[in-house]
Design a protein around this ligand. Structure first.
Ligand code: C2E
Ligand code: CA
Ligand code: CA
Ligand code: CA
Length: 278
């Protein structure tokens, strides 16, 4: 076992594939944050299942590495989160999302934009003040910026997280529990969190059509959310069948490739014009 552990430490498969190691990538990411073109946001629409109207958009970070091309957030976000670089990254995301949302609102198109937070940021006592300062300087109504946190982020330090969430909630921000169903929080605990929205993880939606058991899970999540007075969102909605099932289950909002993939800000504006015309 000891040998195995040693070789695991010594063997870094990324070196063999010619992929830069973690430290090099972190350096690249730090430099990328100083550029305008490498780090951008894409927006994915959220659709009201009852009316078919646009209910908002989720902002998703994109990194175009100069040599390696498009990097998946699932790889570089956890990397950034293991260092303080996550703060600069989150600030960049918040500033960009606030700027876009303010521009849209000023053009008579008030779209609530949701930003993903990370554990380190959620546990940072200075976060609520910083976000408030940002939207006040921009003149963006607080109702147009939403924040998404996962159960596991909250569970990393439930007391600290609850304080921050309460402060954000009292300031008027709309808060969502992301990836719901993948964590371990009890209903009693969930009830204590000052959140407005529950986003059912896409793994449950993916299996919903195929497996009856997952349909039961989605149904349970919808009921739980509604019992707690929350708006329920399904993520990863890919087919018309998913939409029909979710409507039957009373799910409020859907997001997924069936409606649109995440897209650059300007494309999102055009997409909305076409969507409304349909
Ligand atoms: P998430 O917050 O759960 O975001 C939803 C992910 O599902 C996005 O992946 C989105 O592109 C993808 N998705 C949306 N609809 C569908 C669908 O119908 N089918 C499938 N298969 N996927 C769908 P993305 O953009 O690669 O982001 C992955 C994760 O990275 C996010 O998961 C979030 O945890 C994290 N992330 C993304 N942007 C940010 C950010 O700005 N800050 C932080 N802290 N995390 C971010
Ligand atoms: Ca999210
Ligand atoms: Ca999610
Ligand atoms: Ca996720």
């Amino acid at each position: 076992a000891k040998e195995g552990y040693r070789s695991q430490l010594l063997y870094d498969p990324s070196v063999e594939r010619g992929v830069p190691n973690r430290l090099a990538l972190l350096g690249d990411l730090r430099r990328a944050l100083d550029t305008d073109d490498q780090i951008t946001l894409h927006y994915q629409p959220k659709i009201d299942l009852r009316t078919g109207d646009l209910a908002g958009a989720e902002a998703l970070i994109r990194w175009q590495h100069p040599d390696l091309g498009r990097m998946a957030p699932d790889t570089f976000i956890p990397m950034a989160e293991s260092t303080t670089l996550i703060h600069a990254l989150t600030t960049r995301v918040l500033e960009t999302a606030v700027r876009d949302a303010t521009r849209w609102a000023a053009a008579g198109w008030p779209v609530p934009v949701a930003v993903n937070l990370s554990t380190r940021c959620l546990l940072d006592p200075a976060l609520p003040g910083r976000i408030l300062g940002l939207i006040e300087r921009a003149g963006l109504p607080v109702s147009l910026l939403q924040l998404e946190v996962t159960e596991s982020m909250v569970m990393a330090d439930p007391i600290r997280a609850q304080l921050t969430l309460r402060e954000l909630h009292e300031a008027g921000f709309h808060l969502a529990i992301d990836d719901f169903g993948t964590g371990h929080s009890s209903m009693a605990y969930l009830q204590k969190l000052p959140v407005d929205e529950l986003k059912i993880d896409r793994s449950f939606i993916r299996e919903m059509a195929a497996e009856q058991a997952s349909c039961v899970l989605v149904r349970t999540a919808v009921t739980l959310g509604h019992n707690l007075g929350l708006s329920v969102v399904a993520e990863g909605v890919e087919t018309e069948d998913d939409v029909a099932t979710l409507r039957n289950l009373g799910c409020d909002i859907a997001q997924g490739y069936h409606f649109a993939r995440p897209m650059p800000a300007d494309e999102f504006r055009d997409w909305q014009t076409a969507w409304t015309a349909e």
